[in-house]
Design a binder for this molecule. Structure first.
Ligand SMILES: Cc1cc2nc3c(=O)[nH]c(=O)nc-3n(C[C@H](O)[C@H](O)[C@H](O)COP(=O)(O)O)c2cc1C
Length: 196
């Protein structure tokens, strides 16, 4: 039986959705892992059916744009809607990981990933980081390097604010997201089923 991995994502203007698509594309290449996408916007409260779907997965990858140095309000609505699950520790030992996209190269994305990681720890989930060396940090590096934002705790991407999701974030970030999806799916294979 396949292991189930859900990507729970919000995107206001489509850029973070592009990142999610690449995370999904990467994770879907790993044999034995079935990947689904849940729109955080569909989770408006504790009784949302989309939230119940998460009870049955083995791992979750969280995705949100960074808005005002934080996860978006829509993503936070999902987080708060899960508090009943937290009371029961219903998601304990499921795998968790996160990605965020913002307009600035830094943009305070670290805070968004820390929010996601803290959320996962409250649920007693098992956090998986990016697992890629930082790119574009030496004289031979360039903006075309994977992990050009130099993240470790999760996947960071950057989309120019005057460009649409057809071109932003750029290919380097799309590839970073794909590798991240593969990493989390492979980690799930090692960790095993957690949807009892
Ligand atoms: C309300 C709002 C707040 C934002 N705050 C930040 C921020 O704190 N840091 C940053 O670098 N970009 C910020 N941005 C830019 C977005 O992160 C950026 O445009 C991103 O690509 C949007 O992703 P989306 O298309 O998935 O919504 C903000 C955008 C909006 C609409």
């Amino acid at each position: 039986m396949s292991l189930k991995l859900a990507v729970v994502c919000h995107s206001g203007y489509g850029h973070t959705d592009v990142v999610a698509e690449h995370v999904v594309a990467g994770a879907s290449t790993v044999a034995g892992v079935e990947v689904s996408v849940i729109k955080a916007a569909d989770i408006t409260g504790p009784d949302s059916p989309a939230l119940a779907e998460l009870d049955n997965v083995d791992g979750m990858i969280f995705g949100s744009p960074t808005y005002m140095g934080s996860a978006s309000a829509v993503f936070k609505t999902f987080m708060e809607a899960s508090s009943g699950r937290w009371m029961e520790q219903k998601w304990a030992n499921k795998l968790a990981a996160g990605f965020t996209n913002s307009g600035s190269m830094n943009g305070d994305k670290q805070n968004t990933l820390i929010e996601m990681m803290t959320f996962a720890m409250q649920h007693s989930m098992i956090w998986v980081g990016l697992g890629q060396m930082p790119g574009n940090n030496h004289s031979g590096g360039s903006d075309a390097d994977t992990n050009r934002c130099g993240a470790a705790i999760g996947c960071m991407t950057q989309a120019n604010v005057d460009e649409g999701p057809d071109v932003a974030p750029p290919n380097a970030d799309r590839e970073t997201a794909k590798l991240f999806g593969i990493r989390v799916a492979e980690a799930l294979c090692r960790w095993g089923a957690q949807n009892a």
